[in-house]
Design a protein around this ligand. Structure first.
Ligand code: PAF
Length: 280
């Protein structure tokens, strides 16, 4: 695996990789877990070359968020990526991506970024879309892999690709979960043992909605209320939102008569966790 820290060096390595078919990109902020490695496995199965980027992108964090404490361990990440078959690791410092401290021209998502995560994290998806656009221009992947766990991010990026005509196929990879259902996330490392067991309430709430839907419940408000009841049973959980929305427009549904994205954001102690499932 080659490790490239500058855009020029990455482009040279990328040019040499052209001979080996398509390139699949897995954008990450590092501190990799099995959810990320699953993205790499998918990329590896479908492309001649796999590139992973590790960049803790400052522009997607709000002023009171965890940018400085976000877990980082690039040496461990390097070993894991070697094992799973990554060819090119792009690991730029902040000054390489933002030489003047930021960018004047940004990608500004509209309606899709104004709901759900966008309410608590204004500016988050602008930072995400802008850095992903930069990564697509630097890496020039044929395919890019994102986890379904960040469901809204996936919807925003798909729309960006459509609206701005990036020649990149976006591949969604199912959420990887711990045996008790907790979705894998770098932020799980913040949880104390008590918080870690409380955090299973997110999955339990999603499963309750899924069960009801399988039993024939189509009223979205009933599904939201059932999730809220499960979450209310956990004293350490403070709910930010529960949502049953159209998986493309992210508009809240009244009736689940075709597909829906059921999602939630919950604070467990000081850690804000998100998760979702798709209802078909
Ligand atoms: O999902 C993430 O880890 C980040 O939001 C991403 C897509 C790498 C952009 O910084």
């Amino acid at each position: 695996m080659q490790i490239l820290t500058t855009i020029d060096d990455f482009r040279t390595a990328r040019a040499n990789a052209r001979a080996t078919g398509s390139l699949g990109l897995v954008p990450t902020m590092g501190h990799l877990h099995d959810g990320h490695l699953e993205l790499v496995r998918h990329a590896s199965a479908a492309n001649g070359t796999v590139a992973v980027s590790i960049f803790v992108n400052p522009t997607q964090f709000g002023p009171d968020e965890d940018m400085l404490t976000y877990p980082r361990d690039v040496e461990r990440d390097r070993v894991l990526l070697e094992e799973v078959g990554c060819d090119l690791l792009f690991y730029p410092p902040v000054e390489e991506m933002y030489p003047t401290g930021g960018v004047d021209i940004q990608v500004v998502p509209g309606k899709l970024a104004a709901v759900l995560e966008g309410v608590s994290r204004p500016g988050h998806f602008r930072g995400v879309a802008t850095v992903v656009a930069k990564l697509f221009n630097i890496v020039q992947p044929e395919r890019a892999y994102f986890g379904q766990k960040d469901g809204q991010q996936l919807v925003v990026i798909r729309q960006m690709v459509r609206d701005l005509d990036f020649p990149v196929e976006i591949v969604a990879v199912p959420t990887v979960r711990e045996p008790d259902g907790l979705a894998m996330s770098s932020r799980n490392t913040y949880l104390s043992p008590d918080e870690r067991s409380a955090a299973t309430v997110l999955y339990r709430a999603l499963m309750r909605a899924q069960e009801l839907h399988l039993d024939g419940e189509h009223d979205a408000e009933v599904l939201r209320a059932a999730m809220s009841d499960v979450l209310a049973s956990e004293p350490l959980a403070a709910v930010d939102y529960v949502s049953v929305a159209d998986p493309e427009t992210l508009e809240e549904l009244v009736l689940v008569d075709s597909q829906a994205m059921v999602s939630l954001a919950v604070r467990i102690g000081g850690t804000r966790l998100i998760d979702n499932v798709l209802l078909a």
